[in-house]
Write a protein that binds this ligand. Structure first.
Ligand code: ATP
Length: 200
């Protein structure tokens, strides 16, 4: 089945671009949202996390204790890996289920760390990179999240570089352009993707 993996660094404009594709009829499957839902009250990952890490990693309302887990994952590589081992297969399952049930003309998986997490590349037919320069990312994230420059730089250093990401791209959207220009680029790509979707 034809599908797209959409990626880009923090603040690059992934959500903005994904929403434009959704307006044109594509189904958007957001891996960040799925990861969040898995660790909300009643989420499938909650009992597994409680079993492995202990009940004190779950809040009274049944959500994962994010600050506590973040702190652990930051200081303990094995724990971080274990959390990924719990979440990644569940995210994959949910993605597949959502793609199967999707009614859009083709599915787009939004995967912030697509380049960084090897197996995604093999699971999508085309990789679409939402691209902008680092200074634009820094300005946007400082404004949107009220972060210090150093905070943004530390997040950026944990992600693939712009060049690494572009080296994997089948298609690129320049998100430094104004929004009407970005929309035009999205419309051109959407036509191309529709043709692929019909012929595969
Ligand atoms: P994150 O990785 O942090 O979830 P993202 O890649 O999904 O971010 P967006 O949330 O789409 O990025 O965009 C980040 C910010 O930049 C938002 O405030 C958005 O409105 C703005 N933005 C995105 N694209 C453009 C553009 N072409 N022109 C101006 N502002 C833009």
């Amino acid at each position: 089945m034809f599908n797209i993996g959409l990626t880009g660094g923090i603040g690059s404009g992934k959500t903005t671009v994904a929403n434009m594709f959704a307006d044109l009829g594509a189904s958007i499957i957001d891996t960040d949202l799925i990861a969040h839902q898995l660790t909300q009250t009643g989420g499938i990952a909650i009992p597994i996390i409680a079993d492995y890490f202990g009940a004190d990693f779950i809040n009274a309302d049944g959500t994962m204790n994010r600050p506590k887990m973040r702190q652990l994952a930051f200081s303990d590589v094995a724990a971080k890996k274990q959390l990924e081992n719990i979440l990644h297969p569940l995210i994959r399952e949910q993605c597949e289920a959502q793609a199967k049930a999707a009614s859009g003309v083709y599915p787009i998986f939004v995967v912030p760390l697509l380049i960084e997490s090897g197996d995604w590349s093999a699971r999508v037919k085309r990789i679409l990179v939402v691209d902008c320069d680092q200074e634009t990312q820094i300005t946007r994230v400082m404004q949107r999240n009220h972060f210090e420059r150093t905070q943004v730089l530390s997040i950026l250093s944990a992600q693939a570089s712009r060049d690494e990401r572009l080296a994997h791209a089948d298609d690129i959207i320049n998100s430094m352009a104004d929004l009407s220009q970005v929309r035009s680029e999205v419309e051109i790509l959407h036509k191309k993707y529709l043709n692929f979707a019909i012929s595969t």
